[in-house]
Design a protein around this ligand. Structure first.
Ligand code: EPZ
Length: 420
């Protein structure tokens, strides 16, 4: 395993381009199972998670090629409807092949994804949705086995105790597009990545309205054809790069962003006094020492994204004042707190809250990544800290950030890789 060594203190300067959105690519690749015709997906980031999804599609019989950001899914029938444990366990998002397999073949056998360090990650809403469409479901040896003589459109309330569910909305939408009749998904997720999936499905011939709002309406069709699609920019990578410029008091131009997807983050950053100017698809971020502490609560989109919580905590750890960060989506998503405290941060966890008392400067230390976004938060902390930080288990980082160390080095960061 590799670790990332960061010599803190460099002010990031220059230009960087955001890659395609990981959390849009994964369900859209799964959606290609809904047709036997060829599909072309552009703007695909080269990530561990992308490779995992392509491996899964190949295991289901799809011929896929990936080169220079383009995925070509060749024409051809899927030869299997079983998503094996060894593939699903490496990436829980693989569970989003359940909907398309059921939608296309009326049967699916998908391994339960299991939990991860950020939480239990149940799938009750996914199962509730496909059951409502007429699927019979049983759990056999850690697999969800779903079959249906026919899928019929239905009204489905998909809200859970933590609000809407992104991948449950994706799964139900993909199962409903070939069902007969109308499906209404109430309390649907509104994330831009769900909108991107809906737009891809519409290009394939699906009839979907209301996507991006809490009520999605799907009119089932008989057949879906192939389509070509360009993936939206990754708003979480964009947010992470914005904070990298702020935490190092840099001056960075970030290109290929959808400013409209960053609303809640920009709202918090302007409350903190950050200097961010923007055009339609780029923003300029100038860091300064005069940021103010802020309080935030993570919520489903358009609320503050849980995937930016760890990164924001790192920024607040070196911002004057007390910040209270409340995690409403994954109340245990605080693995980064103890690692930041090892770097000298003053953070106290109280249940779903983290109380952050900003200090002047963190000090570099060996720290351990636990999940994708926690590792991003630790890299940000290392960029700002005095001395050297080594972030181990950086395979977590490679799951969701394309060429991140190259991007940071191009901005002047002193970052390199060493063997564990
Ligand atoms: C997606 O996961 C993202 N992953 C996550 O990003 C992101 O953190 C999450 O949405 C929330 O925004 C992908 O899109 C591949 P959820 P998902 O279902 O869909 C509970 C990253 O770092 N829930 O929206 O699995 C769940 O426990 C990853 O890129 C149920 O209770 O998340 C959570 O508390 C991490 N029952 C809340 O809903 C269910 O059936 C939201 O989870 C499903 C979810």
């Amino acid at each position: 395993m590799d670790k990332l060594i960061i010599e803190g203190g460099a002010k990031l300067k220059g230009e960087v381009t955001v890659s395609g959105a990981k959390n849009a690519v994964l369900p859209i690749l799964a959606a290609t199972l809904l047709t036997d015709e060829p599909c072309e997906i552009r703007g695909v980031p080269n990530l561990r998670d992308t490779t995992s999804m392509l491996k899964l599609l190949r295991s289901l019989g799809k011929a896929v090629e990936f080169d220079k950001g383009r995925v070509i899914v060749a024409a051809g029938k899927t030869s299997s409807y079983i998503a094996e444990y060894k593939l699903v366990s490496t990436m829980r998002a693989s569970f989003c092949v359940l909907g398309p397999l059921l939608g296309k073949f009326k049967k699916a056998k998908v391994s339960l994804p299991g939990g991860c360090v950020i939480g239990v990650r149940p799938v009750d809403l996914h199962l509730k949705g496909i059951k409502a469409l007429g699927a019979d479901i049983c759990i056999e040896a850690g697999y969800v086995v779903a079959t249906a003589k026919k899928l019929r459109g239905s009204y489905i309330y998909l809200g859970g105790v933590y609000g809407s569910s992104v991948l449950a909305t994706d799964n139900v939408m993909m199962a409903a597009v070939l069902a007969s009749g109308k499906t209404i998904i109430e309390s649907a997720a509104c994330e831009p990545e769900v909108v991107d999936l809906a737009e891809f499905l519409i290009k394939m011939g699906a009839k979907i309205k209301g996507y991006g709002t809490p009520v999605i309406e799907i009119e089932g069709v008989k057949h879906l054809h192939g389509a070509t699609h360009l993936i939206i920019p990754d708003r979480i990578e964009a947010g992470t790069l914005i904070l990298a410029s702020l935490i190092t008091e840099g001056d960075v131009l970030i290109k290929n962003v959808r400013y409209a997807h960053l609303g809640s983050l920009m709202d918090k950053l302007s409350e903190a006094g950050a200097n961010v100017t923007h055009a339609e698809s780029s923003l300029r971020v100038k860091g300064n020492r005069r940021l103010k502490s802020i309080n935030l609560t993570t919520l489903p989109y358009p609320g503050f994204p849980t995937d930016m919580q760890a990164q924001m905590m790192s920024l607040m750890a070196v911002t004057r004042g007390i910040s209270v960060i409340t995690e409403k989506i994954y109340p245990d998503r605080f693995m980064h707190v103890s690692e930041l405290n090892r770097m000298g941060a003053h953070i106290q966890r109280e249940g779903p809250h983290a109380i952050v008392e900003g200090i002047k400067r963190l000090s570099g230390a060996p720290v351990m990544a636990s999940d994708l976004r926690a590792s991003a938060g630790l890299v940000l902390a290392g960029l700002a800290a005095s001395g050297k930080t080594s972030v181990s288990r950086i395979y977590h980082l490679e799951r969701g950030y394309e060429l991140i160390e190259q991007k940071l080095i191009n901005l002047g960061a002193k970052v390199w890789r060493e063997k564990e």
